[in-house]
Design a protein around this ligand. Structure first.
Ligand code: ZN
Length: 189
């Protein structure tokens, strides 16, 4: 699938919106991306996850692990395509953990899956959970790469799309200077 075809799915589902947005970080942006709006359609979830699965199909691993909530659908779908086990981490009292009886064996090889990677903060939290069990991460797969700097992992990172993450400080935002009304995504008008 071409870049344009993927972009058209993101726009058609409302996942990718252009305008003037107030992000949860407090920064302003021309672009807002909500991956759940793509993943709500299983046929699209399949298309994007199949591409991640194909990239990692020659890697040796037993389990896919993803951070709740955003990563779960991606991890489950990639695991289904490659016939692997799929588990997820959850944040409790601020700390990422395996719950629900999930565990990893020592030396178990694991693929991390996410919906969107921006700073790789949650991926690195998942990595610390993997290492706590003595297991080993072999890669990170995501639908969208929104990184603006090198995320510094010692295993391959593959994303199906790169969406540049240009953001502005509220006091230095060109869209504010044009007096464009700002939208807070997820809130009702
Ligand atoms: Zn602004």
């Amino acid at each position: 699938m071409t870049y344009e075809e993927k972009l058209s799915i993101f726009k058609k589902t409302g996942a990718l919106q252009e305008g003037h947005f107030l992000l949860s970080s407090g920064l302003h942006s021309k672009v807002y991306f909500q991956c759940a709006l793509v993943l709500q359609f299983p046929e699209y979830a399949y298309i994007f996850c199949k591409e991640i699965a194909e990239y990692f199909s020659n890697f040796e691993f037993e389990t896919v692990i993803s951070p709740a909530l955003g990563g779960i659908i991606v991890g489950q779908e990639v695991a289904r395509i490659l016939n692997k086990r799929s588990i997820f981490t959850e944040r409790t009292e601020g700390e990422m953990n395996l719950r629900r009886g999930f565990s990893l064996k020592e030396g178990e090889k694991v693929l991390i899956c996410e919906d969107v990677v921006t700073t790789a903060k949650s991926s690195k939290e998942v990595l610390s959970v993997i290492e706590k069990f003595g297991a080993k991460a072999i890669g990170l797969g995501a639908i969208v790469d929104r990184t603006s700097t090198d995320i510094d992992l010692d295993f391959p990172f593959y994303a199906t799309m790169k969406i540049s993450a240009e953001t502005f400080q509220p006091n230095d935002c060109p869209l504010c200077k044009q007096n464009l009304p700002i939208i807070k995504p997820g809130s009702r008008k």
